[in-house]
Design a protein around this ligand. Sequence first.
Ligand code: SF4
Length: 167
Amino acid sequence: MKKSFENYPLSSVVLSNLFNMAVYALGAYLLLGFGYMAALVYFIYCLYMEFSVMKEGCIGCYYYGKTCFCGKGRLCPVIFKKGSPKVFEKELNWMMFLPSFLVIIFPVVGGIILLVRAFDWMTLVLTAFILPFYFIGNAVVHNYSCTHCKQREINCRVLDMFDGKKK
Ligand code: SF4
């Protein structure tokens, strides 16, 4: 097994956040086709999901107060009190990931609607690009972050679920 990190390097925090921001920026740009309000609501939803991850997961993570791969371990104590590590033991199912996937579903569905209403090449390219960009980028980020994760050694139902393991 590869070495796990007590604190992740700053480069991983920067790169994983740049990736998230790129997804949100592309999504907001696509949804601008429905007007500024649609893009703003989407952006607020993305922000809400970032806080939701901290509230639901980071409070009980090994990296609470330390530098995890995305830096939320450092940010979380500023906003939320430390929680129980049991958050990592709760049963998960795919429906629970729907709110996270809406971050990509909204711009893809929005892009398709815009294309049906009035075709243009830029919308087509961005709509076709954002989905593989999101999934491949997430796979790369999580392959790296999960490989070096101390929480993984303790317990991580998210990883178990994606690996198809049951406890
Ligand atoms: S193993 Fe992966 S999914 Fe689980 S806490 Fe660590 S980085 Fe997150």
